[in-house]
Design a protein around this ligand. Structure first.
Ligand SMILES: [Zn+2]
Length: 508
């Protein structure tokens, strides 16, 4: 079992299917580039036939991201495979990932195909995909609930047809660790040509056992583990990458084999994914939750101060958490600022540094000290910039506990200035209504979330909003030391993203 363990990240495909998550190309590229820094082996970039936006994102990632294998998903259908290849062909290491369901329940009710038809289709489509691309992964959807004997037959067929990786998903999160491990062992023993393929697993977390099942599979011969950052994914999500990787890292005494993941990049990756998807991480989440390394109890604190290993099985530094020092302030110069950005791992060009420095100076005027978290918040706002159809020029509110809140906003759209005012249920509501009037759209606010980036009275406030149009949700973020301003920025950001995404989908 020893040797290299391949980490297949599907944050951008399965993770992006989480309710309420929709990432645009810029955001997907940003995450993909961070996944490359994390050094995962495979990035599943999307499902190209699903939409124009998905196709363009996979293509852009294939063109720009170097290092990992870039995979795209395709049903076992010619048009899906063609579309996937169209997007993937630019990658240095492309992989077509094709799938078909093999459980009775899926074959009968979803596919309406017999076993023979499914087997024939799987083999034919792997052969076809192989005629386009060297590296083919085949998944038997709902494998865990499939008849094992049929599963062996399908895997044998697709390996003979040229599949390099066979994936065994627990699509509905039904397995338990011992059973799932046994299934992997049986596949290894009963598929005659299994040595010619890498065995992969893909576990869902409906019963909270995705990581446990994945590790059980590893102990029984799986070599590729599919997972997502923060366990993101449909329903209860997928196996969490950070938990799998840190379990293997911390328990080297138990598990053999190693991943190539640079664990020090875990925290940054988790924060980025959480910010861009708007899905926050629960505080007690293993590895990446805010409290994962916090020692509250006096006895624990005392123990850790004397000897860290008394209560600490891994160090915060090993996942890239650094002691938070207040480093910069109003008098910090450009040089200190640039140095700090480098230390934080951001690589920006001259103009980007200049633009960020202006923002930093602005912030330092309002806040005594600018922490690393503040800088990261500022930068993540900068690096995921999209074309801004609307820019806020000015806003003014009047509010109080015995008056009706009124808000006036002035927005710039290209060369035109639009000013509107509205009353509302509190200053945020009044401001949102004024913005709606100015952009001339009816917008449904689905979610509003305010969080302090750091502690202290002058902390930066970060507002996340989700707006809904035609059934699609768009996420907007805004930061400021003023929460009304942060709210207005977030709202306008969401509107700009909606406009940008609609243009992207139309292929404009
Ligand atoms: Zn899945």
């Amino acid at each position: 079992m020893a040797g290299k363990i391949h980490i297949f990240d599907t944050t951008l495909r399965d993770g992006e299917q989480s309710p309420g998550v929709s990432l645009n190309i810029q955001e997907k590229l940003q995450i993909a580039s961070q996944l490359a820094k994390l050094n995962v082996d495979v990035i599943e970039a999307g499902f190209p036939i699903a939409s124009k936006g998905d196709f363009e994102a996979v293509k852009a990632i294939a063109q720009k991201i170097e290092g990992p294998v870039i995979a795209g998903l395709a049903r076992a259908e010619k048009k899906d495979i063609d579309r996937a290849w169209e997007a993937l062909q630019y990658a240095k290491k492309p992989r077509i990932h094709t799938f078909i369901a093999t459980s009775e329940i899926h074959m009968q009710h979803k596919l309406r195909m017999s076993r023979e038809e499914v087997l024939k289709r799987a083999v034919e489509m792997v052969k076809y995909a192989r005629s386009l691309c060297e590296d083919i992964e085949f998944s038997a959807e709902d494998a865990f609930r499939s008849d094992p004997a049929f599963l062996y037959q399908v895997f044998e067929g697709v390996i003979a047809a040229g599949a390099r990786v066979i994936n065994i998903p627990d699509t509905v999160g039904y397995a338990t660790p011992i059973e799932f491990g046994r299934l992997i062992k049986n596949i290894k023993e009963n598929v005659s040509n299994i040595d010619q393929a890498i065995v992969s697993v893909h576990c869902h977390n409906d019963l909270g056992m995705a990581v446990a099942n994945t590790l059980a599979a590893l102990e029984n011969g799986a070599q590729q583990l599919e997972c997502t950052i923060n366990g993101l994914g449909e329903r209860a999500g997928n196996a969490a990458l950070e938990e799998i990787v840190m379990a293997l890292h911390t328990r080297k005494d138990w598990f053999s084999g190693a991943t190539g993941v640079i664990t020090e990049q875990i925290h940054r990756t988790s924060t980025l994914v959480s910010k861009l998807t708007g899905v926050s991480v629960q505080p007690n989440k293993a590895i990446v939750g805010d409290n994962a390394f916090a020692h509250e109890s006096g006895i624990h604190q005392h123990g850790v101060l004397n000897e860290r290993t008394t209560y600490e099985i891994m160090t915060p530094e090993s996942v890239g958490l650094k002691e938070n020092q207040m480093v910069l302030g109003k008098h910090s110069g450009r040089h200190a600022f640039e140095e700090r950005l480098k230390e934080l791992g951001f690589s920006l060009n001259k103009e980007e540094i200049e633009a960020c420095f202006v923002k930093f100076k602005d912030l330092a005027d309002k806040k005594k000290t600018v922490s690393d978290q503040d800088l990261e918040a500022l930068l993540s706002e900068k690096i995921t910039e999209i074309p801004e159809t609307y820019v806020m020029e000015y806003f003014h509110i009047s509010s109080g506990n015995k008056t009706v809140s009124t808000s006036t906003v002035k927005l710039q759209k290209h060369d035109a200035l639009i000013e509107e005012a509205s009353t509302g249920d509190g200053p945020v509501d009044a401001t949102f209504k004024a913005i709606e009037k100015a952009v001339g759209m009816e917008i449904i606010l689905a979610e509003y979330f305010l969080k302090a980036v750091t502690s202290g009275k002058d902390a930066l406030g970060e507002v996340t909003v989700r707006i809904r149009k035609n059934g699609t949700l768009y996420l907007g973020r805004g930061i400021s030391t003023d929460i009304i301003e942060a709210s207005a920025k977030a709202y306008i950001n969401a509107i700009n993203k909606m406009i940008y995404t609609e243009q992207e989908d139309k292929g404009e």
